[in-house]
Design a protein around this ligand. Structure first.
Ligand code: SF4
Length: 502
């Protein structure tokens, strides 16, 4: 991914901690700080001392939303946190998470990673068509089921939600008594559990997080992943596991974890299914080299996300890997720019070529995807202007031909360059037409089989955006991110401009 506007927009990061002897708000701050790559539009923390739930949130990066004063306003023994990229609903102050809902079954704070595609049906099932929802997100509908659902027992309400919600949801839920970690029955988004060490004056505690990198930063030991369809309750008795829909024998193939988590979304220092993602991406690069060799002088990667795959390509091919593009690390990951108008100058702002490295060289450049095809041509041009005599592109994701309904903002199918260049069979992509568009001497994508092989998970992932075959039924043909926005009065809630750091 070029680190430009031509990329997939991330979902959200969630975190939770139960640690009565610790400053849980501060731990949550650093937890979501390490999940910043999963969402940069807003950040929030909810904490409880057992008597009430308090929430602080703000727009922008975690470090912009919080200061010492706001953290001090969140005393407690447990907390949850959230970094948001909008997948349903606009970038509005009212849509920051965690959400706090109060209903007949009490008060709940909820942080959601993923996207539920049948929110309006869920509202109708609950008789809530005319309910004055306070946000425009699918997450509030899930929270409302927990606070007002038809069953008395909370696990029954989780079961009610799991039976009806179609889509992806990894949740961190906070009540006055406990925190809960929840993964949808397909396990589309990741969620893991860690243990904080005991130390003098502290009995330690438990954490849940979207990715293991958040646990590493806190010195927490990774215990395991939350299973698809599992609810874990963490309180003074430790961890209790529930499967509200029942436990069946399951295999990896039943789990449908997003393949793009392996290719791009999750941090390379995170571990999913026992594999360090840096290693997975190196394997993808190695597989690319086997599938699509090239006669070139050097291999380079588009930093930072494609670097492991470029190293893997170089290792497998025996061609030297060199750094030839320097990234300005203080320009935010550009998927935070939600419209085309702001997608234009990102490449030049973000990347600078090393001319003496590139001059006179036949260059193979590895990137991790081409989405709209708007910025890859600018990367190719940049390399040629820096002296490269040939530019060959290798992509460590298969062509993206379909949108993602599960919490990734890929825009519409019509905007995807691979979808615009399908061959007559509607199954395969005219790669040469895309090559011509991007201006490369050659262009090749890893096969879906090759990308799957690199994860070492067999069939256990979603690959809907590469195939159009989604793991859940009833996916609408047109995905409307703003479908819930006939609710609150949006005119009274200012949309913010996307954040561009320089
Ligand atoms: S459709 Fe693509 S991006 Fe979305 S969950 Fe599936 S693999 Fe991930």
């Amino acid at each position: 991914m070029t680190g430009s506007g031509d990329c997939l927009s991330e979902k959200c990061g969630i975190f939770g901690v139960y640690a009565p002897d610790e400053d849980v708000a501060r731990l949550t701050f650093f937890g979501i700080y390490s999940l910043q790559h999963r969402g940069q539009e807003s950040a929030g923390i909810a904490a409880t001392d057992g008597t009430r739930i308090r929430i602080e949130s703000g727009m922008g990066l975690v470090s912009q939303a919080f200061d010492e004063q706001r953290l001090a306003a969140l005393p407690g023994r447990s907390a949850i946190g959230h970094t948001r990229y909008s997948t349903t609903g606009s970038t509005l102050a009212c849509n920051t998470q965690p959400l706090l809902v109060s209903g007949i079954h009490g008060e709940f704070a909820l942080a959601h990673n993923g996207n539920v595609v049948n929110s309006n049906e869920l509202k109708a099932a609950l008789g809530l068509e005319d309910f004055p929802f306070e946000t425009t997100t699918d997450s509030e509908v899930l929270a409302k089921i927990l606070s007002d659902g038809p069953d008395l027992d909370l696990m029954d309400r989780f079961a009610y939600m799991m039976r009806r919600a179609n889509g992806a949801y990894s949740l961190a839920v906070l009540t006055r008594e406990a925190i809960f970690g929840v993964r949808d029955p397909l396990g589309i988004r990741p969620l893991c559990i860690g243990k904080l060490p005991t130390r003098e004056g502290s009995r330690g505690g438990w954490v849940i997080a979207s990715e293991t990198c958040a646990l590493d930063h806190l010195g927490a030991e990774v215990i395991r992943e939350v299973e698809p369809g599992e609810v874990v309750r963490i309180d003074s008795d430790g961890i209790t596991s529930f499967f509200p829909l029942g436990t069946n024998e399951r295999s990896d193939a039943d789990e449908k974890l997003c393949l793009f988590e392996f290719i791009y979304f999750a941090r390379p220092d995170s571990v999913i299914s026992g594999s360090l993602l840096h290693e997975v991406r190196r394997r993808m690069g190695g597989r690319l080299a086997e599938e699509h060799p090239a006669d070139v002088d050097i291999v380079i990667g588009v930093p930072d996300s494609a670097t492991p795959a470029a190293i893997g390509y170089a290792e497998a091919s025996g061609i030297p890997y060199v750094e030839a593009l320097v990234k300005n690390r203080y320009v935010g990951r550009t998927f935070i720019k939600p419209d085309q108008r702001l997608r234009e100058r990102d490449v030049e702002l973000k990347l600078n070529p090393l001319k003496n490295v590139l001059d006179g060289k036949r260059v193979l450049v590895v990137d991790d995807s081409i989405v709209r095809g708007t910025t890859t041509p600018r990367v190719v041009r940049m390399l040629r202007e820096a002296g490269a005599i040939e530019v060959h592109m290798r992509i460590s994701a298969p062509p993206i031909t379909h949108p993602c309904p599960y919490g990734t903002d890929m825009a519409t199918r019509g905007e995807l360059i691979a979808a615009q260049n399908l061959l007559k069979d509607e199954m395969s992509v005219d790669v040469d037409a895309i090559r011509e568009h991007v201006g490369a001497d050659s262009l090749r994508y890893i096969s879906l089989e090759g990308a799957s092989w690199a994860t070492k998970r067999g069939e256990g992932h979603c690959s809907g955006c590469f195939t159009g075959i989604y793991p859940s039924e009833g996916i609408p043909l047109q995905l409307d991110k703003f479908e819930l926005e006939d609710g609150p009065d949006l005119d009274s809630t200012p949309a913010i401009l996307p954040l561009i750091r320089s």
